[in-house]
Ligand binder design. Structure first.
Ligand SMILES: [Zn+2]
Length: 214
């Protein structure tokens, strides 16, 4: 059984290009272990790769990705919690200093939930998972004819994920003591523009000079 040809090609390119350039770093990381200072919680969406957007080198970002970059609230109920486990490891063992929730434009999970479209149904895993976005939907109120509703929902969902992070007792303590900082970010897939949540104004503000030159 072989990997898809695209992956074999990609690996060959990595082996002859990036690997020699990063070999010492990989060896060092293997010896000393990883110590990333930044955790990113992102979407599974293939267009929104945190390592690409932030031009990250091996060992720099601790990334967990899930459908629509959601964070479930703290719930020590014995169920399987992938995001919470990653969070526990990042905070407790790696002692990351920053946690970034990275949302994005044209999020299929957010749109499917907002429009009740396929493949969502009550029996699907994705339906249950996406119900985590309900507080953000309620916060926005009626959709009406708002043309930018999905953008606002994608961004409100990031804020909701930040709120849920505060429900993890150990993390909350670290945040209150200033040891960990939370950030919300939003990536415009078409433009490549990145905006960051400003808690003071409640708005997402473009990083750098705003519009990306193309
Ligand atoms: Zn998405």
């Amino acid at each position: 059984m072989s990997l898809p040809p695209r992956l074999i090609e990609g690996y060959e390119a990595f082996r002859s290009g990036r690997l020699p350039a990063e070999q010492d770093r990989y060896r060092d990381l293997a010896e000393r272990g990883q110590s990333p200072e930044i955790m990113v919680i992102g979407c599974c969406d293939s267009r929104v790769s945190p390592e690409v957007i932030f031009d990250a080198r091996p060992g720099e970002l601790f990334v967990v990705r899930n459908v629509a970059n959601l964070v479930p609230p703290y719930a020590p109920d014995g169920a399987y919690h992938g995001v919470s486990a990653a969070l526990e490891f990042a905070v407790g063992a790696l002692r990351v200093k920053h946690i970034v929730v990275l949302g994005h434009a044209q999020c299929g999970g957010v749109r499917a939930f907002a429009e009740g479209s396929a493949p969502l149904s009550p029996g699907d895993f994705i339906g249950k998972w996406m119900s985590l976005i309900t507080p953000a939907v309620e916060r926005l109120g009626e959709r009406g004819n708002s043309p930018d509703y999905l953008t606002r929902l994608e961004q409100a969902s990031i804020v909701s994920a930040l709120d849920n992070l505060m429900t993890f007792p150990r993390l909350r303590k670290l945040i209150e003591r200033g040891h960990v900082k939370l950030h919300g970010a939003y990536f415009g897939v078409a433009t490549g523009e990145l905006s960051v949540f400003d808690p003071q104004s409640g708005r997402f503000v473009p990083v750098g000079n705003g519009a990306v030159r193309t």
